[in-house]
Design a protein around this ligand. Structure first.
Ligand code: 13P
Length: 251
């Protein structure tokens, strides 16, 4: 069944001590969040063990923000999917636009990352989304379709059942500009149809598709009310416990 997820991508923010404090604040206050909303936090790599400890007895799940495209070995500075699974991560964000833009991440490297994540029991939160110029040129559907085809279409239906998709229009990330409900719903429905055409209606219906990009307490309720939006991937607003909980609560 399609799940409701509200995930916080902390990006490269907070020290470990600040991250643990934030996680503890979430645990202390998440009683207000409906039981069917799955909360996820994605702190930086070096926080994962300590934050994992802080959320251990709660319903909050742990995610990494990236993993290596190789299983192990001489790849200095990289972190393998197996290592993340070994410390209790349940999810890993892959293909975030910041990694595509600033670190040269392409479909070619994302294919093995997704496969390694799945092989190690991690659920990928696979990010797609167009740049402003691509939307202005009316090319956003093609861009998102290619990002899905190139990286997910090689999976089996069983594997696809473990993928969460996050639609994050690059022009809405950290800008304060949010996609309108109509813009977001339109492309979420398109993503679901793209999945249905390849993997069948059941897999598509069950696929959780998150919206990300300047999602905050004031706009989350309307976005989450759209039929094909199953939650959010939250950046800036996930760094304040009260805001992140308010977003999850508004579902
Ligand atoms: P903001 O919520 O800060 O716009 O970031 C969204 C995002 O990139 C989440 O992955």
């Amino acid at each position: 069944m399609r799940r409701k997820i509200v995930a916080g991508n902390w990006k490269m923010n907070t020290t470990v001590a600040e991250g643990v404090a934030l996680a503890k604040e979430l645990v202390a206050n998440m009683g207000e969040v409906p039981a069917d909303v799955n909360m996820v936090v994605a702190p930086p790599f070096v926080h994962l063990t300590s934050v994992g400890e802080a959320i251990r007895d709660s319903k909050i799940a742990l995610s990494a923000q990236n993993c290596a495209d190789q299983p192990k070995g001489a790849f200095t500075g990289e972190v393998a999917a197996a290592m993340l699974a070994g410390i209790g991560c349940q999810y890993v964000i892959l293909g975030h636009s910041e990694r595509r833009q600033y670190y040269g991440e392409t479909s070619a490297t994302l294919v093995p990352k997704i496969k390694l994540a799945l092989e190690n029991g991690l659920q990928p939160i696979y990010c797609v989304g167009e740049m402003l110029s691509e939307r202005e040129a009316g090319n956003h559907f093609n861009v998102v379709k290619a990002q899905i085809e190139e990286v997910l279409f090689g999976l089996t239906a069983e594997q696809m059942g473990h993928i969460v998709i996050a639609y994050e229009p690059v022009w809405a990330i950290g800008t304060g500009v949010t996609a309108t409900n109509e813009q977001a719903q339109e492309i979420h429905a398109f993503i679901r149809k793209t999945i249905a055409d390849k993997f069948g209606a059941r897999i598509a219906d069950d696929c959780t598709i998150l919206y990300g990009g300047s999602c905050k307490p004031s706009n989350a309720k309307e976005l989450f009310a759209c039929p094909d939006i199953d939650g959010g991937l939250i950046g800036g607003a996930s760094l304040k416990a009260a805001d992140f909980i308010a977003i999850a609560q508004s579902y």
